[in-house]
Design a binder for this molecule. Sequence first.
Ligand code: SF4
Length: 302
Amino acid sequence: MLGRIRELKRELNAVILAHNYQPSDVQDSADFVGDSLELSMKATEVKAKYIVFAGVDFMAEQAAVLNPDKVILLPDLGARCHMAWMLPRSLLLEYKRRYPGTPVVLYVNTLAEAKAEADYICTSANAVEVVKRIPSERVLFGPDVNLARFVESRTGKEIIAVPSNGHCYVHLSFAPEDISRLREAYPDAEVLAHPECTPEVQSMADFIGSTSKMVRRAKESEARRFIIATETGLLHRLRRECPDKEFIPAYQNAVCIYMKRITLEKVYESLKRLRYVVEVPTEIASKVAGVLRNTFELLEVS
Ligand code: SF4
């Protein structure tokens, strides 16, 4: 299967970008593996005509917005981020009416239709920096309430979570008791947690960061052993890039069923049948591109 995928990629001038939470064999078939920010950047750099996006809907939409001249393929239309769908455009507009003039920051895990109504877009890696730089003491932030609380604790600003209960069900599955038990079993291990985990789990971690920051931390830390509180797909990348260190999942079943809808066979079919093409309506795409420009200006990224 890997050989046939490689052949089709060559014929079509296509690349495969895979998220850190993808199944191991899909990660192995990819030209690049990373978090949503790294994948967005990579999508704009590659020269390919077709990009197979092994991830979920909002990531493919983001790639389509940033690359109007490339064809973005999502191998399974059912790969829809559960959290992103918690904030439809209509709900965001309701909050904007309730808090007029309050800047809106949306996490990248949001649908394009909602992003188009935001002022800034952030990732878990730069959420704190984005909010710090906004000249307002009150910010509407969505859709993840745990990331919102994390940003609030690091910036000291008033963060209004939109919606009040937005969450990633995978990151809610980590229980403080499991972390305590693993800490006792492996006292030398460092606990690395994603900011989508609950504040309680975050408070037990030695390090909180996006998946790309976790990979960097694992490489740079003196520790030889790590307890990982994020989707278990990241362990494949950690073990590949740090073969001399040990990685223990904080919870074995922390598996995103939406990410795992992408299989190697579907990647192959996607290339063979050029499906499913992800397109964002022009009006929405140009609004989202404007919001991204605002964000880059805020962060002084050229
Ligand atoms: S892990 Fe959570 S945030 Fe990521 S795609 Fe799955 S449901 Fe969405």
